[in-house]
Design a protein around this ligand. Structure first.
Ligand SMILES: [Cu+2]
Length: 141
């Protein structure tokens, strides 16, 4: 009985600590000129890491605070961003943004600036990809 109780308390502590401490997720690149995760839901304080790639990078187009967007990543260099402001972030790959290589990040389940995101000027293909990603972001809450 004591052993069982101990096991339960360890499991309980693991669950609690997981929800208290911030998480890190990694995004890679597919052979189809897309990000391996196109829509990421994260909590405030979480970190996203993009793996190094010779052909692709990460350039933020919009976020909840337009005055302090994360800086553009360099090619072939590991890139990590810690997200502390809730809201929707839109980024693309500098050379492939026009062909729809976009990514969306929703921090803290906050869609307050979604309208600003949807008004960003994009190529027709990128615009249609953005619409698809926005639909996905609302459906997998
Ligand atoms: Cu690219």
């Amino acid at each position: 009985m004591h052993i069982l109780l101990n096991i339960f308390s360890v499991i309980f502590l693991l669950i609690i600590s997981n929800s208290v401490y911030s998480k890190t997720i990694q995004i890679d690149f597919t052979p189809y000129e897309t990000y391996s995760i196109e829509v990421a839901h994260i909590d405030v304080g979480d970190t996203i890491e993009w793996l190094p790639n010779a052909d692709h990078n990460v350039e933020f187009l919009a976020g909840p605070d337009m005055n302090s967007l994360p800086e553009k990543s360099k090619f072939n260099v590991f890139y990590s961003v810690n997200f502390n402001t809730p809201g929707v972030y839109l980024y693309h790959c500098t050379p492939h943004g026009n062909t729809g290589m976009l990514g969306l990040i929703i921090v803290g389940n906050n869609f307050n600036n979604l309208k600003d995101i949807e008004e960003i000027e994009l190529s027709p293909v990128a615009k249609s990809v953005l619409q698809k990603l926005v639909k996905i972001s609302k459906s997998n809450l």
